[in-house]
Design a protein. Structure first.
Lengths: 274, 310
């Protein structure tokens, strides 16, 4: 299987072995904050750790007892909310010095103000989409804050990724922010199986190079070209270049209008920057 | 930045961040939080810490009156961080007009925040008495600066204030108090709206010394922003050309707008006294001729036509 340049995503530490990971970079998924420092120290050096992904589920950022050991760990934290804001503000200097991105769910109304707080304090952050629909107005307000605010602030994903790639002359979704991009990430489920998405069809890790490429193309056909074959709404959306169907059912109102506005903000912002 | 004790009227984080961005983009490094009572905001310590993180030092104008459990929590939360850049201006009332439990609350506040607090006293009646201010300063070890505010009319509304023809009796008491308490190192600080000619030349010299040269007789914008991001020139002029913060891009632009609006009024009447029109000190900018609210109030008595969206 062709895998050079790919990043492997594992949530089972027993799979972090040289015969599986080889020279590829790795994202390690964890759910317990107490494990982060130990896991990083155990694998750092032997493996190229792209990021540690800490998923707190419905937990709060403030439940983490940050200390200086967290400083060099490339970390993305998925948390439901900030929790005790007073505590976060007490340790924000430490968080700023870490390589941390804090992600919060779009379906939680609190997230939008929390992300503005973090971004304005210099902490990289982002919004992620879960099963519930997000408030389109709040999402656009956050986008306008990221693209139009007159003072420097830390990045907010996916807006930063959209802005970074908007000049490309081909479609580019912000998939990589969420570790879903068949050209970059593989989810490793066992010594024998992988998939392009956490829940998508499992494939054999022993695929030949040719078969692997076929599967990549099939995946792209289903998730990208399919819209043009069926001429669905996404195929006519002017924001398809940045969205690629990813948020087609994520909002409480017209996703095309919402993402078209984001596209416009990003274009204006990038034009001003240049 | 104004707040209210009504839960629904608390400033939102969105608006607070907007204000912090606006001030940062304008190169400002200080913000004052006013009331209602800012210390009753359930997230006041987080707000202070956030603003400090945004490189804005904070002054809180407070009555010092808050429930003891909130006060204790507030102290504990502030003590979690060292080097917070926050100070309090505690606006106190004469004890003879204050209920006992209110006085106890104020004293608790002054005890806990002595090293961060200076006093403020608003003069809204001529039979005022200030000895208690010295007692507070000495007893609690407070900052030895007293901010003195003259209550001014709020144009179009009924409120208690000192009429211009009674400024002299106010002046006599001020001079007497600060002369007597010079030995304690207590320094007066005049808020805006005092006209220079309420003092004789000799008294001016004395007050110059007592206030360590910080005499100021100008009246200009001291911008207020409320929880909904409405802005106005200063408290007495809260109905005078109220705008939205979104109408401006920098604090300088905002202040200039209100300065020009104030100048438009002063182009018709230079100050609160008829003699202000020919006053050399007014022309040279040494004195603004008292608070603009008195002038606008006079216009209202003449009829509405002058005030229409100046």
């Amino acid at each position: 299987m062709k895998k050079s340049g790919l990043t492997y995503i594992v949530d089972d530490l027993s799979l972090i072995r040289k015969n599986i990971i080889r020279d590829n970079s790795v994202v390690i998924k964890l759910s317990n904050p107490d494990d982060v420092v130990g896991v990083f120290q155990r694998y750092y050096g032997d493996y190229n750790i792209y990021q540690i992904c800490l998923d707190l589920g419905f937990g709060s950022l403030s439940q983490i007892q940050f200390n200086n050991d967290w400083e060099n760990i490339p970390l993305v934290i998925f948390a439901y909310n900030l929790g005790d804001l007073n505590y976060i503000l007490n340790i924000v200097g430490l968080i700023q010095s870490c390589k941390i991105r804090v992600m919060q769910p779009a379906s939680n109304k609190e997230s939008y103000a929390s992300l503005k707080i973090l971004s304005s304090l210099g902490v990289d952050c982002g919004i992620f989409f879960d099963q519930e629909q997000a408030d389109s107005e709040a999402f656009l307000d956050l986008a306008s804050y990221y693209y139009m605010s007159p003072v420097p602030h830390a990045s907010i994903e996916p807006f930063a990724n959209i802005k970074e790639n908007i000049h490309l002359d081909y479609n580019h979704s912000f998939d990589e922010v969420y570790f879903v991009d068949e050209k970059r990430f593989l989810y490793i489920h066992s010594e024998k199986e992988f998939s392009f998405l956490p829940q998508s069809k499992r494939l054999s890790i022993y695929l030949s190079d040719e078969d692997f490429e076929k599967e990549q193309v099939n995946f792209k056909l289903e998730n990208y070209y399919g819209h043009f074959m069926e001429l669905d709404q996404c195929s006519k959306c002017k924001a398809f270049k940045i969205c690629n169907h990813k948020l087609s059912s994520s909002f409480n109102c017209d996703c095309q209008q919402t993402m078209a506005e984001v596209f416009e903000y990003a274009e204006i912002s990038e034009t001003v920057r240049r | 930045m104004a707040n209210n004790v009504n839960e629904n009227d608390y400033i939102s984080w969105d608006n607070l961040i907007y204000i912090a961005d606006f001030l940062s983009a304008s190169g400002e490094n200080h913000v004052s939080l006013l009331g209602g009572e800012p210390l009753l905001h359930p997230q006041i310590s987080s707000i202070i810490k956030y603003l400090n993180q945004r490189n804005l030092s904070v002054t809180i104008f407070t009555s010092g009156i808050m429930p003891i459990d909130r006060l204790q929590r507030f102290v504990a939360e502030l003590n979690e961080l060292q080097n917070l850049r926050v100070g309090f201006v505690c606006n106190v009332n004469e004890p003879r007009f204050s209920p006992k439990n209110e006085l106890e609350r104020v004293e608790q506040f002054l005890t806990l925040f002595a090293n961060r607090t200076s006093l403020s006293f608003n003069i809204y009646r001529t039979d005022f008495e200030m000895t208690f201010l010295r007692d507070y300063i000495v007893r609690f070890g407070l900052d030895r600066h007293i901010r003195l505010g003259l209550a001014h009319p709020i144009p179009g509304k009924k409120n208690k204030y000192i009429p211009t023809n009674e400024f002299n009796s106010v002046k006599d008491k001020l001079i007497q108090f600060f002369t007597e308490n010079q030995v304690f190192g207590i320094i007066p600080g005049f808020d805006c709206g005092f006209p220079m000619c309420m003092f004789s030349d000799e008294e001016l010299g004395l007050m110059f010394k007592l206030s360590i040269g910080q005499l100021c007789f100008q009246c200009g914008p001291a911008i207020d922003i409320d929880a909904e991001l409405n802005v106005w020139s200063c408290f007495p002029l809260s109905d005078f050309n109220k705008k939205s913060l979104f109408d401006f891009t920098t604090y300088g632009e905002l202040a200039k707008f209100y300065l020009e609006k104030m100048e438009e009024v002063r182009s018709e009447r230079r100050g609160i006294y008829p003699q202000c029109d020919d006053c050399q000190h007014n022309k040279h900018g040494l004195c603004s001729g008292g608070c603009l609210a008195h002038i606008l109030n006079g216009f209202i008595e003449e009829g509405d036509f002058r005030r229409q969206e100046k």
